[in-house]
Design a protein around this ligand. Structure first.
Ligand code: AMP
Length: 543
């Protein structure tokens, strides 16, 4: 027997239509590449998105066509999100930090028809244009007065939308229709595309609104430092309009000082991004001895949030949510807001211990950990195995890539994350490492994340990473790579003393190397792959 309820397709454009009608005073504030600050409401945005819908149609974009963006966080990028998906196209956000080979590969693989780019990326595109699809149309996201040198033959965004009507007859699309496309940064092999649907995107927006609702309320002012070019900025461009939160887009400058000034001026209540970004902000908060006005919550994800970072924020009155997810999951899988019952009953240290874990699953995402034979392991906080996930916001395959799809899914259709994890009885996820970053020593595992988390708390350490070095006897042994904070060099004895409070003696790193900076991936995470390559011939003291 079926229920007798209407079935309305979940639709991305309806999110913005809703915000334009109901959250009429919420703002979108953008630091522009033109050098100034732009502000308008969701109502204004919806009207311009209508104009852009007409403009895309006039460019010949039809349902299913891929339209690429190469842009920072700003209102025009936001408009593209809605207009492209709204007319039935697929918004392909490109990470500007990809290599030329990767950029070339994904624009061809996606068969992008149009590329919208910020003024800052005109030189980059001119340098690679002859490798990109030959019939690509380029649109620079600015007005006629700011078209940069080198943009001959490219169209101008404001001219393109200017003459069009603000009302667009948005089609009613089946909810499974593809809406956006994001390639994983792919540290090895070619990038793989996750292609999200209207349904998965709207369900993800609901999920975030429920699970992280305390920082996403009507009147909240949310700063996505996480880029619009990386997994749809963790869904914020959809969840903020849904909940009535304002969006503050930072543009290209993401250093501590720029972020602090913007957050202070715009009274940002909640900021979202990867740990590397918060290091800069915490340095600035430390130097000024005060928080940006109104700053009360931070969401940290993308890589493990160090305990000392969580503690520093919490001490400063900023509540931390440590979340985990991945491109293939839209991306949020778990969130670490401490439940009230924990805040009431646990000590600060116990709370910090829990916040350093990767949080608990959000509704709609199921987790399982399995051993090498594929058998499920208990959620006892001890057993560690590969983490698999399932849910409406998880990919069912990679875009036009059967081999990668087959490799990622198990026989029951669960998606293998490539992370090695444990799960506690009350549901906290403990990410031990990426499977390929774990250090295998004498048949046992050493978690690089565990070691880094401790060492980063040393006052002379600015950042650090632990990598495996091949070893004739033990298979692999850990090497600690440190970026010093000042002139002092932390000693091996000091590091060992700190670490021995948390790990066994055989897990201590065999040596320390000092570097000026750590290599980062296109999404701002430490690139362990590059580090391993750099230290490929490294000789540990006992070798
Ligand atoms: P991406 O698809 O580029 O966002 O990368 C996803 C991967 O980042 C995950 O599979 C994890 O290995 C890692 N990751 C994301 N969030 C966390 C976290 N909170 N702690 C540890 N690793 C994380």
């Amino acid at each position: 027997m079926h229920g007798q309820m209407m079935h309305r397709p979940l639709s991305i454009i309806e999110v913005l239509r809703f915000a334009s009608e109901i959250h009429r005073t919420a703002e979108i504030v953008s630091v522009r590449t033109e050098g100034d600050v732009h502000r308008y409401t969701y109502t204004d945005a919806f009207a311009r998105v209508g104009q852009l819908g007409h403009a895309l149609k006039a460019l010949g974009i039809s349902q299913g066509d891929r339209v690429a963006t190469l842009a920072w966080n700003g209102y025009r990028h936001f408009e593209l999100y809605y207009a492209i998906s709204g007319i039935g196209g697929v918004c392909h956000t490109i990470n500007p930090r990809l290599s030329v080979e990767q950029l070339t590969y994904i624009t061809h693989h996606a068969e992008d028809r149009v590329l919208f780019l910020d003024t800052t990326f005109v030189p980059l595109i001119n340098a690679v244009k002859d490798k990109l699809p030959s019939d690509m149309i380029y649109v620079v996201m600015t007005d006629a007065a700011h078209m940069p040198d080198g943009s001959d033959g490219m169209l101008c965004y404001e001219d393109l939308i200017d003459q069009h009507d603000t009302i667009y007859p948005w089609p009613e699309l089946p909810e499974e229709t593809a809406a956006s496309l994001c390639y994983t940064s792919g540290t090895t092999g070619n990038p793989k595309g996750a292609i999200y649907s209207h349904r998965s995107t709207v369900l993800h927006a609901y999920t975030i609104a429920i699970s992280l609702g305390s920082s996403l309320t009507e009147g909240a002012r949310v700063l996505p430092v996480v880029p619009l070019f990386h997994v749809n900025a963790w869904g914020l461009p959809y969840t903020a309009p849904l909940t009535g939160a304002s969006l503050i887009f930072p543009g290209p400058a993401l250093d501590g000082k720029s972020l602090f000034d913007l957050m202070d001026r715009e009274k940002v209540t909640s900021a979202w991004g990867v740990p590397t970004v918060w290091q800069g902000l915490q340095g600035e908060i430390n130097a000024r001895g005060t928080n940006p006005q109104g700053f009360s919550s931070v969401v940290i994800g993308g890589s493990a949030a160090p305990r000392v970072m969580i503690e520093t924020f919490e001490r400063a009155g900023v509540s931390v949510c440590h979340a985990w997810g991945m491109t293939e999951m839209s991306p949020v899988g778990t969130q670490g807001i401490m439940p009230k019952s924990y805040r009431d009953t646990k000590s600060d240290q116990e709370l910090l211990d829990l916040q350093s874990l990767q949080g608990r699953r959000v509704f709609g995402v199921e987790l399982k950990i399995v051993d090498e034979a594929g058998h499920c392991l208990p959620h006892d906080g001890e057993a560690a195995g590969e983490l698999f996930v399932r849910g409406n916001t998880v990919i069912s395959g990679y875009f036009n890539n059967q081999a990668a799809t087959d490799a990622a899914l198990d026989a029951e259709g669960w998606f293998g994350t490539g992370d090695v994890a444990s799960i506690t009885p009350d549901g906290f996820l403990i990410i031990q490492d990426r499977a390929k970053d774990l250090i295998k020593s004498g048949g046992e595992w050493i978690s690089s994340i565990d070691l880094e988390n401790v060492v980063i708390a040393h006052p002379d350490v600015a950042s650090c990473a632990v990598i495996a070095i091949a070893h004739p006897k033990w298979d692999e042994r850990p090497l600690l790579v440190v970026v010093p904070k000042g002139d002092a060099r932390v000693s091996k004895a000091e590091v060992d003393e700190m670490l021995l409070k948390h790990v066994a003696k055989w897990q201590l790193p065999d040596a320390i190397e000092f570097v000026d900076e750590l290599p980062l991936t296109a999404t701002g995470k430490v690139s362990k792959l590059t580090l391993r390559q750099r230290f490929a011939d490294y000789k540990l003291p006992d070798m």
